[in-house]
Design a protein around this ligand. Sequence first.
Ligand code: GLU
Length: 476
Amino acid sequence: MSNHASFFENVVHNVDRAAAMTTHPPGLIDHIKICNSVYHFEFPLRRHNERGEEYYEVIQAWRVEHSHHKLPTKGGIRYAAEVNEDEVKALAALMTYKCAIVDVPFGGAKGAIQIDPSKYTKEEVERITRRYTHELAKKNFIGPGVDVPAPDYGTGEREMAWIADTYEALNPGQLDALACVTGKPISQGGVAGRREATGRGVFYALREACSNADDMRELGLAPGLAGKRVVVQGLGNVGYHSAKFCREEGEAIIIAIAEREGAILNPAGLNEEEVLQHRRATGSILNFPGATNIPDSRDALELECDILIPAALENQITGDNASRIRARIIGEGANGPTTPEAEAILVGRGVLIVPDIYANAGGVTVSYFEWLKNLAHVRIGRMGKRYEAAQERRIVQVIETVTGKRLSESEWAMLSKGPDELDYVKSGLEETMVLAYHQLRETWKSRKDIPDLRTAAFLIALEKVARDYMELGIFP
Ligand code: GLU
């Protein structure tokens, strides 16, 4: 693999490595690897310069559906100035494998608009988003059973609400119209816990990886996430929530956080919320009280630590810096942060890489729950919450009778609240991430020729997608 392979070529490289361990006919593997539909389009945006004069800008946009073996296809929409078709294809392909690993019944897709959203007014971003949705609808590239976008780098709940609203306007009376997009605000059909889902999933993934005493011994680490020194690259939605849950629920220590403008280090531990507030107030994470500045944020990746969480963009850990990375575990919050050259170096040094197509699958997993909620037209847990609470109360009453001890009001409230939507979402996500990790690890350890978790992940995904194609009768 050359140093200059494209992102999509890197994904194909990973698929090929796993495919070499299967007995599927080459035609089937070739069919799985390619992107089924690539839609590139342009549309004009009317703007005004400082003198109030009107001009038009041409906006580049894409939607790529990688695999139609299951419908709808699913994946986020990225707003970034540097985005290109190869990147969207790579990200769409990763979505296919990601969904297969966590048993989310979708094919993979990804969309992008080539803009830096900070250079546009809110009204312009809204117009761009609505026009993009129109263009997708015209070509049947969006719909609850066709292709369902979600947030990604540079987009969030606001954009998803505009997409849902535009789609509904174009499809009046369509009962399931809200399921055309996920990651919506809760008031617009979103689900509790979607915003933090990817970061929460990264936490569950790392907690599982760290719980295996044998694997930790091989890395020279004690079992458990508690006390592990973590470096996080990116304080966006994924990085922020990965840090938050690793710190709050996993008791890890966030020793450094890197952003575009630089990085900060404090071996005693950083609080991501305070750092975010500081960045909002000053425009930079640098000069955070008690922390040391690292002017070049790339240097943060090379800090001495136990866990590195790249949660920004692709191609961050490359053949150039891999030999200087000192983390023992890498938890890939971003998509494609590690190139194959870097991976070969790191795996050779015994570093445990928890791969993106598993580690960041929490987002699409909870998107799946949101989609189900929209199709069911009922808040998750609405039917059972009171019933469960009554059951819990009966059990607590029996405990009080048997022990002769009266529980306090707060103990009563805690033990008999009944599950709400967020409880179900968290429980469904945890179950998904835990099961998938053990499947990955067992596959990795089951064969001497599987060098790492990523190869195991691609192998599992490939087997599932191939089986679907066979069952469809497309390949005998
Ligand atoms: N953009 C996210 C990802 O890369 C979420 C996709 C989704 O929820 O459909 O996994």
